[in-house]
Design a protein around this ligand. Structure first.
Ligand code: KIV
Length: 273
């Protein structure tokens, strides 16, 4: 976390995101869960870093995001915040910390903001969690919404298929998106829905709509870092573009190191004291 007097690059704020949308500048967003990767991603110029509860999958190896706890999200949030100077940092509120009642939701959000120093929290859902959203916002905590395929509801959906293909679900998504804007959310993530629907929502809202598997008609894009860097090779949905093949790179480097140790090639004279 930057100290008060430190000179830092101009920080991305929730207000700046709305300005970016207004002038048609696309918003870049990527997940990070630890200090070293967050530092690289921030220094590369990312607008938003999401400390996603996808940490449950890519960091902890769980099948769903449901096991993630508030303490675990705070641990990841703190690690990321120690690295980031410019990007807006959003921390996911984990499953079970905001759906029960709005007081619990507020207390969870306050813990995230106080203990990590992050800029914003993200919650999954619309009308069903309206009370929690209002109470958190009333404490001055910015909220990013998340609609469409909401991974914390995966057991209700029964799988990771494209959402809102049917008219009734599409209409609910549009209504929920407007509700999130009216309540005061600063942005909304829309995951895995038809591109035409996501575009319509982005055109109707003033706040930025960030898509994942939602086409190019929205105001920005988010991906999970491990997926786009090719660390996690087992996951290859149609919407994912891989920008690197780190799984091959890392495996080759590790094998090379093993060979060098076994053959006594490492360490050599210049690599010892
Ligand atoms: O947890 C996460 O990584 C997310 C993204 C998929 C948007 O919520």
């Amino acid at each position: 976390m930057s100290t008060y007097n430190e000179t830092a690059p101009r920080k991305v704020t929730t207000r700046r995101l709305t300005e970016m949308k207004a002038r048609g500048e696309k918003i870049s967003m990527l997940t990070a869960y630890d200090y070293s990767m967050a530092k690289l991603i921030d220094e590369a110029g990312m607008d938003i870093i999401l400390v996603g509860d996808s940490a449950s999958n890519v960091m902890a190896g769980n099948i769903t995001t449901l096991p993630m706890t508030l303490d675990q999200m705070i641990y990841h949030g703190c690690s990321v915040m120690r690295a980031v100077k410019r990007a807006l940092v959003v921390v996911d509120m984990p499953f079970g910390t905001y759906q029960g009642n709005s007081i619990e939701a507020l207390n969870s959000a306050i813990r995230i903001m106080k203990e990590t120093g992050a800029d914003c929290v993200k919650l999954e859902g619309g009308e069903e969690i309206q009370e929690s959203i209002s109470r958190i916002l009333s404490a001055g905590i910015p909220i990013m919404g998340h609609l469409g395929l909401t991974p914390q509801s995966i057991n209700k959906f029964g799988g990771y298929a494209v959402r809102a293909k049917e008219e009734a679900e599409a209409q609910k998504l549009i209504k929920d998106a407007h509700l999130l804007e009216e309540l005061g959310c600063c942005a909304v993530v829309i995951e895995k829905v038809p591109a035409a629907l996501a575009k319509r929502v982005a055109e109707e809202l003033t706040i930025p709509v960030i898509g994942i598997g939602a086409g190019g008609g929205v105001d920005g894009q988010v991906l999970v870092m491990h997926d786009m860097l090719g660390i996690n090779k087992g996951f290859s949905p149609r919407f994912l573009r891989r920008y690197a093949d780190l799984s091959t790179e890392i495996t080759n480097a590790v094998k090379h190191y093993i060979d060098d140790v076994k053959s006594c090639d490492f360490p050599n004279e210049s690599e010892q004291y």
